[in-house]
Structure formats: structure tokens, C-alpha cells
Design a protein around this ligand. Structure first.
Ligand SMILES: *[C@@H]1O[C@H](CO)[C@@H](O)[C@H](O)[C@H]1NC(C)=O
Ligand SMILES: *[C@@H]1O[C@H](CO)[C@@H](O)[C@H](O)[C@H]1NC(C)=O
Ligand SMILES: *[C@@H]1O[C@H](CO)[C@@H](O)[C@H](O)[C@H]1NC(C)=O
Length: 859
């Protein structure tokens, strides 16, 4: 038996391929199973193969590892001998390899091909080989979707072919769909079962169904199988989960209006862009320019050996300007060299100028989007120097995103320079699809919702917290922070998320420390221990990114040590660890090791030593080339609060009534269903409903739920939400209104959820205050006399003299729910009849407005 492993530096596709090489090979079974729990996926690929030919031959097991996945186990069984994998530090593995070679026992091939992991076993006829590969990966939310892709390419008909994807999401699954690029008749075979928190996706075509045509021997199972889903988010606070001594906080608010943006597009128009690449870039830019809104500012820089600007300064993204820009781009004829350094410096200068001239809104987001297909050839060409130059002129407010088209560009450089400047990089395949890839990338960064996000935990409750400060949050994405719990008696963990955007916000999230583990243990296909692996996954990726930006060899070394320790503990194959697969032959352990080349980034290396017989192959090693995951560097910046110069402030409070579901005693009870608090002076409005709290300013509209305690500050309006209890709206620190939420049983036959409104006694009103509430800001003089038994013996009656009118009033009581929300406390009152006639100014009908945001003009 000889075993070879081909290693790959996966660069683009996020897919899994299982494919078998060899001629007279029977693939008995082929199973892929993914368990996804809280966005963390553990995938197992299992296959059983027989050499059904007359001669010894090689059987290949090819797996494509998703770009962001870490392999964490590989086992193989050859004719009853099991080879078990374990992750070791690379140097340890290398030594073992050297020892084995010295004894003439070692064999293995490590080769970097484009994006395949291959294992090859040379076996005699009749041999049975079973492969099992495990890898783990965190799902990243993009444009509102988690996507899990498996690439199915068995290359032949398989009697037992099955794909199972199990999803468990504690907060609930919003939707789940599956799609594939396999034969048309196979699309309908996917079965999805879906409850609130769980989904099971099965794809199990029979041998007959796998055939390309009725009597063909070719398989139509050849392509991608993708599962897409999103989770429920009942509030903007995110989701905090605790399991197995670790915690994970997910933060993905929606229903916030995007911040406006200032973009400089920096486009490579060197000779190599000529043809398809430029055509696709122009097509993408046309769509992107159409997508800009009137609040956005932009310009375009195109460069080859020269640097040209479409416009020297940022311009407002009106449709006229966008059309001009489109014409400009279309007219470009790519030629010449590549001067990235100069182009980027010009782009930064342009943003700095716009900011200094006060052209851009201080609350807006400024970014540079670089599109390039090659390494610099003109001007500064040293990559490190370019990176330093850009970093030096960049301010903390700007981000750089880089897109690399094709494979002639040093993608690691693009990734480093983006990461160094709070951005991310993406590779674009230079094909007919390139325009769509560019547009998709752009949509991921086109809607920034928040800036300067910080997710914090009580210091004595946690440690080893992963990056918890983020520069921006984009619509449809997700921020994730993980860490370890410190031993304590606490039963809950709390986090506080602060961010600034069009407003400042501060949101609390809570989690029960033991709840999730007991839930997970009852679900058969959940991935227990997900939080522990997820924490390690994030930490290792962060360290890899930190390492690539580390300035000294010493720092790099220290980071490498930490990566190795974590990767060995959590069994991740990283650029610094490798997997050793060991087998035992009659109690005698022998080794077969294959190692990856020292400089894994380039080229290909191979080392094969043929082995004498099936029993001598004992160990093999798998390792993965480096890759880095972008992270945003933490920043600290001031929020853009506007100071009000007004002395008196105009606040309007309106309420909208809702009726009960059914009549009671022949009448419909009415309650407050929505309360609007509008500050004319500041142009901000809070609309408190029973389902939602909306904050509005101009065209901006931000929604929050009652599901989380939060504090929001929007242009002198402070809104404090106490989870499922009450909201206090304070305008300019002067006028304060509390709105209490009364929830009734959802299926209550009559009652509906309603609101109560309470004005603070400390409010200071001007003499112009009016309206149903305002006219009593100064309590009117009231005289009461003639108290007597009423028609109802429990309710006394009397006469009230107020505002010169004599009114018949009845004694009763009203509930004050401020202290005791369930039962309320009784407050005794005199009730005025005839809709307050004589007590309120004018008739009650004068207080009825056409709309919630109308103003009371005259009484
Ligand atoms: C497939 O094979 C069967 C049996 O040999 C035959 O009857 C049938 O016509 C074939 N179908 C096609 C489409 O060739
Ligand atoms: C504010 O946003 C919510 C949800 O996004 C929407 O339902 C509501 O109608 C919006 N309100 C206004 C006034 O635009
Ligand atoms: C976790 O934190 C502790 C205390 O700060 C530190 O000693 C330890 O090295 C950290 N562990 C890892 C894996 O970072």
C-alpha cells in the first residue's frame, strides 16, 4: 500500500468535492454529513471503496476543503487496518517524518494543486478502503444568509449516496432552502424538514436516479449542493449563547437606516485588464453607480502607469453625476503599467480633502474600493513600502477594500493592505461572472448601519475574549465575539453592546449559563461543544491575521507559538500544525509521514517513497497552507452628536387608539396602541408601539423591539427601553415621558396589548403648552361639593366646579401600573362624563387628529 496526500491552497471556491480516481473501483457508499449548531459546522465526509480490478492500483480520495474550514480529523481503514489522525505541531511532525524516512519506511506526497485535498492509496485487488474526513468551519452571514456548500462529484454511480445537513439554531430558523447545480431531475429530490429550531436537509438519490439517462453508467451527481438559511432575530440586541464554559455573542441588528457613504473607486486600467476583465468591471461599475443614493458622495480614479481622476473631488451621487461617471468608465482603453501606490495615495487625499472641507457628513462612512488584477510595476513597487505609505496617510475613519481579479495579483498583499486599513479583500474570478462577483461584494459593504461597535462583558465573568471592537457593521452581515467563562456562581451572563451610527446606542443581552447545554443534550444531531470550538476557531484566525501584520520576527514567533498551542489543543490543521495519521500493524506502530513544503505559498513539492506492502503504511500527515481571515482593527471615535441651540423645545405627543378584539357589555374598550413623541426642534420622533419602537429622523428610520434593554440617543432625544416593561423618552433632558407596555395573553379572547403613558413630574413646560395632557400641566382649580350615594352604591357621586363649569362626577378608581406592573395600584379618581365636556378645553373631537404625526393647531 502506498498513501499519498495532495495538499491544496484553496483560494476561491468555498466548496467540498469528493471524487474518486482510478478505473476498476467500486464506490460502495458516499456520505456527507454536516451538523450546524449556532453557525458552527462540523462536516464529515465518509466513503467506502473497493478495488474491484484484477490488479493492484491507486485509489484516490479527493476532498475540497472550504476556504475557511480547518480539517480536524482524518481516518482511513485499509483492509481492516485503521489509521487515526491527530494534529501536531509541524516541527514535531517533521521530525517523525525524518525518522521514518531514515528507516526507509516513509512515503507520501504533499503537493499543492489549486484547490483539492487528495489522498491516494495503492492497494491490491479486492482491497476495501474506508475514508473519513472531518472539518469545522464557522458560517459567515452575508447579505442576510448563511450558506453551506458541498461540492458533490463522485464521478460514478454509487449504491449508497447520501447528504445530510442538520441545523440547530436556539433562537429559531427564519428560513431554510437548498439548491444544487446537479442534474435537473435531481433538484426535486432534496427533502427539508423544518421545525422552529431544527432543520434536516436530506439528499439521497437512488442509483437509478443518479444516472444521466435511463441506461447510462454516467452519474449526473456532479456539482454544488448548497443549503442557505437565516436565523430569527427578535430584537436588535443579538444573541448570547453559553455552552460548555464558553460563550458566543452574535450581533446582527436590522431595521436601521444605513449611514451615507463616501466612496473613491480606484480602478486598475493597465494593459492586463484589456478585454473581458475591463468589460466585466465596466458592467459592474454601471450597476454600482446606479445603486448610489443622493446622500452618497463618490469619485473614480483610474490608473495604469499614470493616475487619472474622473473628478478631482468627491461629488454628490446624483443621477446626472452617476451617468457622467458611467460614460467615463466606458471610454477607458486599458494599457500600460500598474502604479498602485500613487493611485491609493491620491484616493486617500481625496477623502481627506472632502472631510476637511466639511463636504461629507461627519456621521457618514468613507471608503476606498480598489480593483486590480496585477502587481505594481511602476512607481513604488515594493509591497511592504506601499502598505506603509498607505497606512501613514490613512485616517482612522477610512477603510480600504481590495478586489483582486484573477490570479496574477498577489492576493496576500491585497488582503494585508485591506486588513491594515479596516477593510477586507476578495478575489474575483476572471470569467463571464466577474461583474456579478464585483456587484455582490459591493452589496456587502454598501449599507453600513453602525460604526465603532464595542461588545463588552463584566470583567470578572469572562476572559480570553476574542476581538470585541469593530469598525463597522454592514447590513446583512454579523459580528461575533466569543470567550471563556470564569468559574463563578453566576447563573446568567450579560453583555452590553455600544455603537454609534445616525444615533448612539447601548443594548443589553442576557443568557442563561446552563440553559443551552441542557437543550443541546436532548437534540440528537446538534453539535455539542460548538462554543468551545468556535472560540478557538475565531481566536486562531485572529492570531493568523495578527501574525501577518506583525512588524518583527520576534512578535511573529510569539504569535506562532500561541497558534500552535491552540491548534493542537482543538485539533485544527493550520499553517503551523499538521495532521499525523497513524496505524498499527500487529502491535507494532510504524510511521508514514508526509509533510508540506516550508514555503507553502508557492509552488509544489512532492516526495514519494514506494512502500513494500499493505501493512507498512502507518502514518501520514496533512497540513494546510496559511490563509488569513480579515479582521477589523478596533478604533475609537467620537460620535457625531449635534448640539441643539434652541432654548425652548417643541415637543408633540400623540397617541393612537386600538380597540379590544370583541365587544364587552355592548361596547369596544379602547386603549393606547401607539404613542408618538416628536421633537420639532430636533427633527426627531420616537414612535412607541406594542410591537416595536421606531426612531425617526428625516428619511432615517431605526426600529427596535421590546425584547432587549437598550438606550438610544438620537439628536438630543434619549430613548431608554427596559425589556418588555417600559420606554422612557427624554427630549433635551427637559421633557420626559414614560410609556408602559401591557402585554396580555396572545390568545386572549378580548384584550389586546396596550400602552400606558406617564408624564414626569419634573417636566418644565412653557406657557404655550396645550393639548389633552398639556392643558393640565398647571393643575386647574377644582371645587367639589354635594357628595352623595350614586345609582351604584359602590360609586359616590358629586358636583365638580372647574373652569367656571359645574359637572356631575362619579367616584371610581384607576390603575397606576408604574410600581406593580401586573396588578397595578389603585388610584382614586373622580370621573367626568360626556367625554370630558366642560373639563377639557373645547370638545374632545378637536383633539382627534388625522394622523399620528399631525399637529394640534388650534382648539
Ligand atoms: C434500457 O434497457 C432496457 C433493457 O435492456 C431496454 O428495454 C430499454 O429500451 C433501454 N432504454 C433506453 C432508453 O435505451
Ligand atoms: C419604519 O420601519 C419599519 C420597519 O422597518 C416600518 O414598518 C415602518 O413603516 C417605518 N416607518 C416609517 C414612518 O417609515
Ligand atoms: C486566557 O487568559 C488567561 C488569563 O488572562 C491567560 O493566562 C491564558 O494564556 C489565555 N489563554 C489563551 C489560550 O489565550
Amino acid at each position: 500500500v502506498s498513501i499519498s496526500i495532495f495538499l491544496s491552497k484553496d483560494t476561491i471556491l468555498q466548496a467540498l468535492i469528493v471524487r474518486f480516481d482510478g478505473n476498476d473501483i467500486t464506490v460502495k457508499s458516499y456520505k456527507v454529513e454536516s451538523r450546524i449548531t449556532s453557525r458552527f459546522a462540523h462536516t464529515t465526509v465518509k466513503s467506502s471503496v473497493v478495488n474491484s480490478g484484477a490488479n493492484a492500483q491507486s485509489i484516490g480520495f479527493n476532498v475540497q476543503i472550504p476556504k475557511r474550514a480547518f480539517i480536524n480529523n482524518f481516518t482511513m481503514n485499509v483492509n481492516g487496518i485503521t489509521f487515526v489522525g491527530s494534529v501536531k505541531e509541524k516541527t514535531v511532525a517533521r521530525n517523525l517524518y525524518a525518522q521514518a524516512r531514515a528507516r526507509g519506511k516513509a512515503a507520501g506526497i504533499v503537493r499543492y494543486t489549486m484547490e483539492t485535498f487528495r489522498t491516494e492509496v495503492h492497494v491490491p485487488p479486492g482491497s476495501k478502503v474506508e475514508f473519513e474526513l472531518h472539518y469545522q468551519e464557522m458560517m459567515q452571514r452575508k447579505l442576510g444568509v448563511y450558506q453551506h456548500t458541498l461540492h458533490l462529484q463522485p464521478g460514478r454511480l454509487v449504491p449508497l449516496l447520501q447528504v445530510d445537513v442538520y441545523i440547530f439554531e436556539p433562537k429559531g430558523i427564519k428560513f431554510v432552502t437548498a439548491s444544487n447545480t446537479l442534474g435537473e431531475h435531481l433538484s426535486e429530490l432534496t427533502k427539508i424538514t423544518h421545525t422552529k429550531e431544527k432543520a434536516h436537509i436530506v439528499f439521497k438519490p437512488t442509483l437509478q436516479q443518479q444516472r444521466k439517462c435511463e441506461n447510462c453508467t454516467e452519474s449526473s451527481v456532479d456539482g454544488e449542493f448548497t443549503v442557505m438559511y437565516d436565523v430569527e432575530r427578535e430584537s436588535n440586541a443579538g444573541e448570547l449563547q453559553v455552552s460548555d464554559g464558553h460563550f458566543v455573542q452574535f450581533f446582527a441588528p436590522s431595521d436601521l437606516s444605513p449611514l451615507s457613504k463616501n466612496i473613491v473607486f480606484v480602478i486598475d486600467v493597465s494593459g492586463s485588464m484589456w478585454g473581458l476583465k475591463m468589460k466585466q468591471t465596466v458592467e459592474a461599475m454601471k450597476a454600482i453607480l446606479d445603486d448610489l443614493s443622493m446622500d452618497d458622495y463618490f469619485s473614480i480614479i483610474d490608473f495604469n502607469h499614470n493616475v487619472r481622476c474622473w473628478n478631482e473631488d468627491l461629488v454628490q451621487a446624483s443621477s446626472i453625476q452617476a451617468n457622467e461617471a458611467k460614460k467615463y468608465i466606458q471610454s477607458i482603453k486599458p494599457n500600460g503599467g500598474t502604479n498602485i501606490n500613487e493611485a491609493l495615495l491620491r484616493a486617500v487625499q481625496m477623502l481627506v480633502r472632502a472631510s476637511n472641507q466639511g463636504l461629507t457628513d461627519p456621521r457618514s462612512v468613507s471608503m476606498i474600493i480598489l480593483v486590480s488584477d496585477g502587481d505594481p510595476t511602476v512607481g513604488e513597487i515594493k509591497l511592504n513600502t506601499i502598505q506603509k505609505n498607505v497606512k501613514r496617510v490613512m485616517t482612522e475613519e477610512f477603510s480600504l477594500y481590495s478586489l483582486g481579479i484573477g490570479f496574477d495579483v498577489d492576493f496576500d498583499f491585497l488582503e494585508r493592505i485591506a486588513m491594515d486599513n479596516r477593510g477586507i479583500a476578495q478575489r474575483i474570478n476572471a470569467n463571464h461572472d466577474a461583474a456579478d462577483q464585483l456587484k455582490t461584494f459591493y452589496s456587502q459593504v454598501s449599507s453600513p448601519l453602525l460604526r465603532t461597535i464595542s461588545i463588552n462583558f463584566p470583567e470578572n465573568a469572562v476572559n480570553n475574549v476574542t476581538q470585541n471592537r469593530f469598525d463597522k457593521f454592514f447590513h446583512g452581515s454579523e459580528l461575533i465575539v466569543a470567550g471563556k467563562l470564569q468559574p463563578s456562581d453566576f447563573t446568567t451572563l450579560q453583555s452590553i453592546t455600544t455603537a454609534s451610527a445616525n444615533m448612539d446606542l447601548n443594548i443589553q443581552t442576557e443568557a442563561d449559563i446552563h440553559g443551552l447545554d441542557s437543550v443541546l443534550s436532548t437534540h440528537q444531531h446538534s453539535f455539542t461543544g460548538f462554543a468551545r470550538q468556535m472560540w478557538a476557531y475565531i481566536t486562531v484566525n485572529q492570531l493568523l491575521a495578527e501574525r501577518s501584520l506583525a512588524s518583527t520576527a520576534n512578535k511573529k514567533r510569539r504569535i506562532t507559538q500561541r497558534i500552535m498551542a491552540l491548534a493542537v489543543e482543538h485539533q485544527f490543521v493550520t499553517p503551523f500544525t499538521a495532521m499525523l495519521v497513524e496505524g498499527h500493524d500487529q502491535g507494532r506502530a510504524e510511521r508514514l509521514i508526509a509533510d508540506s513544503p516550508r514555503d507553502s505559498r508557492h509552488g509544489c513539492c512532492s516526495a514519494t517513497v514506494p512502500l513494500s506492502g499493505p501493512q507498512t503504511v502507518k502514518q501520514l500527515l496533512y497540513s494546510k497552507p496559511p490563509w488569513i481571515q480579515p479582521t477589523n482593527a478596533p478604533t475609537q471615535e467620537a460620535s457625531g452628536k449635534l448640539e441643539s441651540t434652541a432654548i425652548t423645545i417643541g415637543v408633540t405627543i400623540n397617541g393612537q387608539l386600538v380597540g379590544s378584539k370583541k365587544m364587552k357589555n355592548n361596547k369596544i374598550d379602547t386603549y393606547f396602541g401607539t404613542i408618538s413623541i416628536y421633537s420639532k426642534t430636533h427633527g426627531v420622533q420616537a414612535v412607541v408601539g406594542t410591537n416595536r419602537i421606531d426612531l425617526m429622523e428625516g428619511r432615517n428610520n431605526h426600529s427596535f423591539s421590546w425584547g432587549a434593554t437598550a438606550e438610544l440617543v438620537l439628536n438630543r432625544m434619549r430613548v431608554t427601553i427596559v425589556k418588555e416593561a417600559h420606554v422612557t423618552v427624554t427630549v433635551d433632558g427637559k421633557i420626559s415621558v414614560m410609556v408602559l407596555l401591557h402585554r396580555v395573553w396572545k390568545k386572549h379572547p378580548i384584550q389586546v396589548d396596550f400602552l400606558g403613558i406617564y408624564m414626569s413630574n419634573a417636566n418644565k413646560y412653557s406657557t404655550q403648552v396645550h393639548g389633552l395632557i398639556g392643558q393640565f400641566a398647571k393643575e386647574p382649580e377644582v371645587k367639589l361639593y354635594g357628595v352623595h350615594e350614586g345609582a351604584d352604591p359602590k360609586k359616590k357621586e358629586a358636583t365638580m366646579e372647574v373652569k367656571g363649569n359645574k359637572l356631575a362626577v362619579t367616584r371610581g378608581w384607576q390603575k397606576d401600573y408604574r410600581r406593580d406592573k401586573k396588578r397595578g395600584s389603585d388610584v382614586y379618581c373622580w370621573f367626568i362624563h360626556n367625554s370630558g365636556k366642560g373639563f377639557i378645553d373645547g370638545s374632545y373631537t378637536s383633539y382627534i387628529l388625522p394622523q399620528l404625526d399631525s399637529f394640534l393647531t388650534s382648539i
